[in-house]
Write a protein that binds this ligand. Structure first.
Ligand SMILES: C[S@@+](CC[C@H](N)C(=O)[O-])C[C@H]1O[C@@H](n2cnc3c(N)ncnc32)[C@H](O)[C@@H]1O
Length: 259
C-alpha cells in the first residue's frame, strides 16, 4: 500500500511495538490517537455508556429490542472510523437499527459528536473488537454486516491480522439472518482478492455480482468514507463486494478469530 502521509489512526503505519494485539481477537490497531477535546471526552464519559452494548452478560434473544422503538431490522458496521457511512445510513433508514463497532476512541468521539448534533436515535455502539461482538450476538440477529476499508495488513507476515478469515466468515454467517448480506469495500486489490477467495470457499455465502459494474461501482446510496476519499486522491479504485448468506446455519458455537 502506498502511504502519502502519516495517519496516527492507521495501524499499518505504526511500528510493531505500538500495536496492541489481542492474543485471541482480531483487533491489532491503536485504541487512542490525539488527545480528545473536552466536549469529546465528555461525550465518551456520558453519552457512550447510554448507547453502548454490554457484551459482558448473556446475549438477548434478538437485537431489535435494543432500539426504541424496536428496529425493523438491525445492521452492523465494523470499524466505522470517523462514522461518515454509518451516520448517513442511520439518517437514511430511521426504522433500521444500526450497531457501530470501533475500538479507536477518536473515531468513537467523532461519531458521538454527530449522534448528539443530529439527535440520531437508531445507533448503538460497541467500542471494542468486532470478533467479540460477533461471538456475543445472537444467531440470525443481523440483516447486514458492512466492512468498509478494513486495515489492509499488506505484509505477508501480517495477513493473519486481516479481519476477513475463515473463522470471522463463519462467525458472520452465524449471526446473519438467512439471505442476510456481508458487504466489503476496499481499495487494496490484494485484500479484495483475499476476501473473494475466502468467501467463495465458504459454504455459507454467495457472491452476488453478475457483471463487472456490480463490483466496480458502489451500490446505490453508498457514502464514501474518509479512507475512500484518501484512496481516490491517491489514484486507487475501490471494489464493492456483496455476499449473500446462503445457508440457514446458526446453531453452531462461534469460533474465536485466530490466524
Ligand atoms: C482503515 S480504517 C477505515 C475506517 C473507515 N471504515 C473508513 O473507511 O474510513 C479501519 C478501521 O477498522 C478498525 N478496526 C480494526 N480492527 C477492528 C476490529 N477487530 N473490530 C472493529 N474495528 C476494527 C480500526 O480501528 C479502524 O478505525
Amino acid at each position: 500500500m502506498s502511504i502519502a502521509t502519516r495517519d496516527p489512526g492507521d495501524p499499518e503505519q505504526s511500528p510493531d511495538q505500538d500495536v496492541a494485539a489481542h492474543p485471541h481477537g482480531s483487533f491489532f490497531g491503536r485504541r487512542k490517537g490525539h488527545k480528545l477535546r473536552s466536549h469529546q471526552a465528555d461525550l465518551i464519559e456520558h453519552l457512550l455508556p447510554r448507547l453502548a452494548l454490554d457484551i459482558t452478560g448473556p446475549s438477548p434473544p434478538g437485537l431489535a429490542e435494543l432500539f426504541d422503538p424496536p428496529a425493523g431490522e438491525v445492521r452492523l458496521e465494523i470499524g466505522f472510523g470517523g462514522g461518515e457511512h454509518l451516520i448517513a445510513e442511520a439518517l437514511a433508514f430511521p426504522a433500521t437499527g444500526f450497531i457501530g463497532c470501533e475500538p479507536y476512541v477518536n473515531g468513537m468521539a467523532k461519531i458521538l459528536t454527530q449522534i448528539e448534533a443530529r439527535n440520531i436515535r437508531n445507533i448503538r455502539l460497541f467500542a471494542g473488537d468486532a470478533a467479540e461482538l460477533l461471538a456475543w450476538a445472537p444467531a440470525h440477529s443481523l440483516a447486514r454486516i458492512d466492512l468498509i476499508h478494513p486495515d489492509p495488513w499488506p505484509k505477508r507476515r501480517h495477513w493473519k491480522r486481516r479481519f476477513v478469515q475463515d473463522a470471522s466468515i463463519a462467525a458472520m454467517a452465524r449471526v446473519l439472518v438467512p439471505d442476510g448480506e456481508f458487504r466489503f469495500v476496499s481499495d487494496i486489490d490484494d485484500y479484495c482478492a483475499w476476501t473473494l477467495a475466502h468467501l467463495l470457499r465458504s459454504p455459507d455465502f454467495l457472491w452476488t455480482a453478475e457483471r463487472a459494474a456490480d463490483w466496480r461501482r458502489p451500490w446505490s446510496g453508498y457514502t464514501v468514507t474518509r479512507y475512500g476519499r484518501k484512496a481516490e486522491r491517491e489514484g486507487r479504485r475501490a471494489a464493492y463486494l456483496r455476499f449473500r448468506k446462503t445457508s440457514s446455519r446458526g446453531a453452531r458455537p462461534c469460533a474465536r478469530l485466530e490466524g
